[in-house]
Write a protein that binds this ligand. Sequence first.
Ligand SMILES: [Zn+2]
Length: 462
Amino acid sequence: MRWFDCYRMRLLLIALIITSVAGAVSGQAADSETNSAAITAAGPRLGPVVVVEVTFPDRDALDELARAGYDISNVQGNVATIYASLEELERLKQTGYPLREIEQQSRQEGFDIMALGSYHSYATLTEELSAYAEAHPDICRLYTLGQSVQGRELWAILISDNPDDEEDEPEFKYVSTMHGDESPVTEMCLYFIDLLLTEYGQDERITNLINSTAIWIVPLMNPDGLELSRRSNASGIDLNRNFPLLTDSSGNIFTGEPLDAETRQPEVRHIMNWTVENSFVLSAGLHTGSLLVCYPYGYNEQMSAVDTPTPDDLLYEEISRRYSMHNLPMWNNRPDGIINSARWYPVIGEMADWNYRYVSCNEVTIEISNNKRPSASQIPALWSDNSESMLSFLEAVHIGVRGIITDRASGEPLWAEVLVEGNSQPVFTDPDVGDYHRMLLPGTYDLVFHVPGYVPVEWKMS
Ligand SMILES: [Zn+2]
């Protein structure tokens, strides 16, 4: 842990304001250009939704499908899985591409059994989470982030050694089941919560993790979708196409556009507000339907299925492998079990892109099963494939450099931007404590610290 002192200088503040205004203006044009496509890709799809597999001839044809706004959920070789309204299905048939209807989304049976290794409903999940929080009051809190379209709570569990205090600790999150028909990942979260809470004080590795990290888990981001057995929320919107699209010029929470949460679907709005409040460092969105870890960016201006790296591409590959290397089926599924999101297929409005661009949280998307909802008897095997991966990925939140930035005179924590020279991606301090956590691969780095109104400070670290 290091302390950095800063000195006030008004001139710098003025320069910073000019820079951020210029950034915001140039970002707006790009945003409005792509908004119509974002709405089409997200929905709404209010009537029946059919899941189809479309065999496309080449990558250009895949790009065309993405640009046309179809809700693609998976691509394997030359086959794309698409969630289509009946009208979209007709348009797809007109392409002449071979097409196979997989299912029409309807309510599935088999909920309401309350035990690990079975599928939970919203009601039994709620009971289970409340019971965990009650049984482990020293290290666990249950919060609601807000309500879904149909009034169900978006539950969030916090596990940490002092759960009521803001501490100099990195904050981590798993957000699960933003697609309502992918409930195995909700069950993985319950197993994970159970593991952390029951092994605290018993297992040294888990005890250390809880003592040094604020661990958040949202087991069910789309409770209405779960109850309706469908991908979208109750308004027919794909929540993983509903986050703000941010381009390089539109800035971030520190220098850029306002949050813009109010215009979003309620489930997305609650996740955005909570994410901003908690200064997350590392995160994963959990899904089923494929078997890989994909990492930003998912969007590029051409909407083309090409590699679209962030400034932290090597770091992203490393943390993605930390998950995939402990999951044998995933590791064997494709090279290292990882891929750049846009290279897989391009998307607009993904949660991971927004986390990285706007709040500088490193987020990946993890797909744990080719079968979206295997029979309940498969759940224990899925957990054994994913338990070490979930722990190892969480541990990665501690790689890199960290410190606290305070005002030298008052000792008050500061909201600051931390930049690594040669890398355009900033991170920010948590203004509650002033701590920052810049995930980095081993190496020697020059860091620069900016606080509006203070002289920038440079620091060498290795
Ligand atoms: Zn999904």
